[in-house]
Design a binder for this molecule. Structure first.
Ligand SMILES: [Zn+2]
Length: 70
């Protein structure tokens, strides 16, 4: 499936980038241990228009917005 323009733009956003308006949270955020800056949070999102899935991570060693291609 082709991804929508909003998702294409989303994959380039930074850690501070907000999810676009069609992205729905899929689950509760996953919180990994330690105090900042060691600890971090991941959140899964699914796009309502193109069904792309993203994982947003605050980890400095990960991509901020990981797009899961089918
Ligand atoms: Zn989309």
């Amino acid at each position: 499936m082709k991804i929508c323009e909003l998702c294409a733009a989303q994959s380039k956003k930074t850690h501070n980038g907000k999810p676009h308006e069609d992205l729905m949270e899929m689950d509760a955020p996953r919180i990994f241990g330690g105090k900042p800056p060691r600890g971090f949070t991941e959140q899964d999102y699914k796009c309502l228009s193109c069904e792309s899935r993203f994982t947003w991570s605050t980890s400095r060693t990960d991509l901020a917005w990981t797009l899961w291609r089918r």
